[in-house]
Design a protein around this ligand. Structure first.
Ligand SMILES: Nc1nc2c(c(=O)[nH]1)N[C@H]1C(S)=C(S)[C@@H](COP(=O)(O)OP(=O)(O)OC[C@H]3O[C@@H](n4cnc5c(N)ncnc54)[C@H](O)[C@@H]3O)O[C@H]1N2
Ligand code: MOO
Length: 414
């Protein structure tokens, strides 16, 4: 068999992103917005805070009325949060609570711990306030008409709080991609159907289906679980044709390498096109991208995207994080899909010269360095739980203790 020329990961990523045209927009309430991609700028119709308000429980004062510590003044009004006071009479102070609007005329708030309430009801000030002290200024958080969240960003809990703070009840977000998820392989057994002690020789539990589904759901996708693809060409064609009608992406794991048992790639080619196969990365070489024609003939009636992940669990996991994740986020409208990497010091040796760009499972050692998981085999799923991210090691680059390496934390990839 002729060796296949490998595509670089950067080329592959650019190629799949070029196909990821953003899906439509829907409106969700804030309770359902976490992790979704905002599709229009979120602009404030008010300033936050709306008025100057007190940062402390204490007394609103005119600084000029307190030339020295020890002065005592009468209390002319009381302003709880949610109420508005009146112009502060010179020579008096206002009892005020955290968050309450500062009355006109007052130019500082003194916290109550720095005061003594005298028997006659006046308040003695044991410290001298500075102008502006303990006043939170109107608009200091958000100016009127400013954009607080930009279109094309992914909503976090903090972003949802910010949207609520300017009175938004719903937000426009990218529609959830509908993803059909398949596994292939006669050896696969679903957990719960056969007890570990009863597993036939040669059979293994299907792990890919579970982490792929969890990852897709985390990334805002609606998963249509297609189960295990039949080991039969015509049935595979039929199963893919069926889900392609109303799914945006058909995602399968295994059966994309060079083996003869493999029906997935030919089944896609029979009713679509395979645009990409074999990436210069380790693990994950046999990743495939293509399109399934909805009418089985051509793109005139629309297409579903196809991504085929390698069967080895770690290969499947890593190709998902580096290729599927950015793709499904871009479908939702996310602009910046690149994970943020850091530079960390390796505390291990990796002398191997590997031709492919390698993604090694590693974790922080708590002292600014990185440790490597001992077994980097693409079937060793333990490495993905032990590790807290991936070292992105360029081709033909040995690593010595003390070398700086590029590290992508898993938190950037989910
Ligand atoms: N002659 C060659 N053989 C292989 C090559 C190659 O270039 N030439 N590439 C290797 C690489 S790299 C990978 S990765 C694998 C990928 O193979 P497939 O995607 O065709 O997957 P399978 O062969 O069906 O399975 C590989 C491995 O993964 C296990 N597996 C599959 N599905 C699951 C699942 N859902 N849950 C858990 N484990 C799963 C399967 O039992 C196999 O052990 O090919 C190499 N071979
Ligand atoms: O790419 Mo395979 O994923 O090296 O094991």
């Amino acid at each position: 068999m002729k060796p296949q020329a490998l595509t670089t990961l950067d080329e592959a990523l650019a190629a799949v992103l070029a196909q990821a045209l953003p899906l439509g927009v829907e409106h969700v309430d804030l309770f359902n917005a976490d992790g979704r991609v905002l599709r229009a700028d979120c602009t404030s119709a008010l300033q936050v805070p709306p008025q100057d308000n007190s940062a402390m429980d204490g007394y609103a004062v005119r600084v000029a009325d307190l030339p020295a510590a020890g002065v005592a003044l009468p209390v002319s009004q009381r302003i709880p949060a949610g109420h508005v006071g009146t112009e502060l009479q010179p020579g008096s102070v206002a009892r005020i609570f955290t968050g309450a609007p500062v009355p006109p005329g007052a130019d500082a708030v003194l916290m109550q711990e720095d005061t003594t309430v005298l028997a006659d009801g006046r308040v003695q000030f044991n410290a001298m306030p500075k102008p502006g002290q303990n006043i939170r200024r109107a608009g200091e958080d958000i100016a009127l008409a400013s954009t607080v969240l930009a279109a094309g960003t992914r909503l976090t809990p903090a972003a949802i709080g910010l949207a609520a703070s300017i009175g938004m009840a719903t937000l426009p977000v990218g529609r959830k991609p509908r993803v059909a998820l398949f596994s292939t392989g006669d050896e696969l057994v679903l957990p719960g159907t056969v007890a570990p002690q009863d597993m036939r020789p040669g059979s293994i539990y299907n792990s890919n289906r579970y982490f792929l589904r969890a990852l897709l759901q985390r990334l805002g996708c609606e998963v249509v679980d297609g189960g295990i693809l039949p080991d039969h060409r015509a049935q595979t064609v039929e199963a893919i044709h069926r889900v392609a009608q109303d799914c945006d992406l058909v995602l399968s794991s295994a059966g994309v390498s060079v083996g003869e048992e493999d029906h997935v790639k030919p089944a896609v080619e029979q009713q679509g096109a395979l645009n990409l196969w074999m990436i210069s990365m380790k693990p994950g070489k046999p990743f495939a991208y293509g399109q399934v024609f909805r009418n089985g003939q051509d793109a005139s009636q629309g297409v579903a995207h196809f991504m085929g992940l390698p069967g080895n669990p770690v290969s499947s996991f890593i190709t998902f994080l580096l290729l599927v994740r950015p793709f499904v986020l871009r479908l939702q409208g996310l602009q910046d899909v690149a994970p943020r990497a850091t530079t960390v010091t390796a505390q291990f040796a990796w002398p191997k010269l590997e031709k492919r760009r390698e993604f090694l499972r590693a974790r922080h050692d708590g002292q600014g360095g990185l440790q490597l998981f001992g077994n980097q085999g693409s079937g060793v799923l333990t490495s993905t739980v032990w590790g807290d991210g991936l070292i992105d090691n360029p081709p033909l680059t040995p690593i010595q203790p003390g070398d700086s390496v590029r590290f992508i934390p898993f938190t950037e990839l989910m």
